[in-house]
Ligand binder design. Structure first.
Ligand SMILES: *Cc1c(COP(=O)(O)O)cnc(C)c1O
Length: 366
């Protein structure tokens, strides 16, 4: 075999379907309501914005590579040991680092049918094989995941709640999943939407991480904290996992204004509370109103909902997307998540939520 005539990416890289972010524009529409990326309609805490601005004069200095102030603030807020936390440039960054640290060529990482797309992307990028476990009622299925475990399995990724379905697994089910896994399989609990969940049987992962060697919890400042632009996420994990992450991560992977804004955001309990209450109110309202239009809405515990459309010509998800976009209402197509006939809608401002319901009514001819 002759040598290739140009550099070749490692096997797997060219099998990746690049992640397509939610649209933020609509052709020919001046005022756009972006409901495609699960961003916070209330924005960041004013204290976080002020802390970010205060760093403007110090852009020549490297950040604290260990993000000490942020890890301490997170530790204080959740009662966690800061030495068991590692921060990253968004949880997307951390998902890639986890894959690079724990997957070798030919290993397998499991995710579920409608699981977050970053899992197969990171898995392929690490030269490993993504294995898909089927879901039941748009919800991760513990037995189906366990049935996919082989000698090659190294990671199980579960978003809880999951994006784009909005469904969740109760803590009992997460514990059952964990106890069915061999000890060398890393269970990644991605709790990007944990703060929104109002269910007594939910636990983001803290308890399981504290008591096991093979579970880590991923969190982000992009959703409830409204800091998506800054790219800040974190891991709480066993000491050995944190050690591996600290070896493989970029030495300055979280920037200084992001660290400062994160510290202020997590300290602003009032803003957090307001954001949770706002979401609970409008999530319930949207679920009820859209359901009353005759569309099926998957019950969500997060800050978005999955709306299913009929197959009928003129009434499909693609048709609805075009109709809504023409009115500046930008939702998310989720065909890449094997949901060709659904749209994901982020809970928006009061105005945006009303506009979507009114537009859907018009779209359905009601
Ligand atoms: C939005 C989201 C994240 C957060 O990504 P960031 O890189 O931190 O912005 C992580 N996991 C899931 C499932 C998400 O939906």
């Amino acid at each position: 075999m002759s040598a290739p005539q140009r550099p070749q990416p490692r096997p797997g890289v060219l099998s990746i379907q690049a992640y397509v972010p939610g649209k933020s524009t609509a052709a020919g529409v001046a005022k756009v309501f972006k409901l495609s990326s699960n961003e916070s309609p209330l924005g960041a805490s004013p204290k976080a914005i002020a802390a970010y601005r205060e760093r403007a004069g110090e852009l020549h200095d490297y950040p604290d590579g260990a993000a000490t102030a942020l890890r301490e603030a997170i530790g204080k807020a959740y009662g966690l040991d800061p030495s068991r936390i590692v921060c990253g440039a968004g949880s997307d960054d951390l998902i890639n680092l986890i894959a690079r640290a724990y997957l070798a060529d030919g290993d397998e990482a499991i995710h579920t049918t409608h699981g977050f797309l970053m899992y197969p992307i990171a898995t392929l990028g690490a030269g490993a094989v993504p294995v898909v476990a089927p879901e039941t009622d748009y919800t991760a299925d513990v037995d189906a995941i366990l049935a996919k475990v082989t000698a090659k399995t190294k990671i199980v990724f579960v978003a809880n709640p999951n994006n784009p379905t909005g469904t969740y697994l109760p803590f009992d089910e997460i514990k059952r999943l964990h106890s069915g896994l061999p000890p060398h399989v890393l269970l990644v609990l991605d709790a990007a939407y944990a703060e929104y969940v109002q269910r007594n049987d939910y636990e983001a992962g803290i308890e399981l991480v504290a008591t096991s060697e093979n579970v880590l919890m991923l969190r982000t400042f992009s959703k409830i904290h409204g800091l998506a632009a800054l790219r800040v996420g974190w891991i709480y994990g066993p000491a050995a996992v944190i050690d591996a992450m600290n070896r493989i991560r970029g030495p300055f992977n979280v920037n200084a204004p992001a660290i400062a804004a994160g510290v202020a955001a997590i300290g602003d309990a009032a803003h957090l509370e307001t954001s949770v209450a706002f979401n609970s109110k409008w999530l319930a309202w949207l679920t009820k109103e859209i359901g009353q239009l005759g569309l099926t809405v998957t019950p969500s515990v997060a800050n978005f909902l999955l709306i299913h459309f009929p197959d009928t010509k003129g009434r499909t998800a693609a048709d609805a997307d075009a109709f809504l976009s023409s009115r500046g209402l930008v939702l998310r197509r989720v065909a890449a998540y094997h949901l060709p006939n659904a749209l994901r809608m982020s809970v928006g401002s009061e105005e945006a939520n009303h506009l979507v319901v009114a537009a859907l009514k018009e779209f359905l001819g009601k």
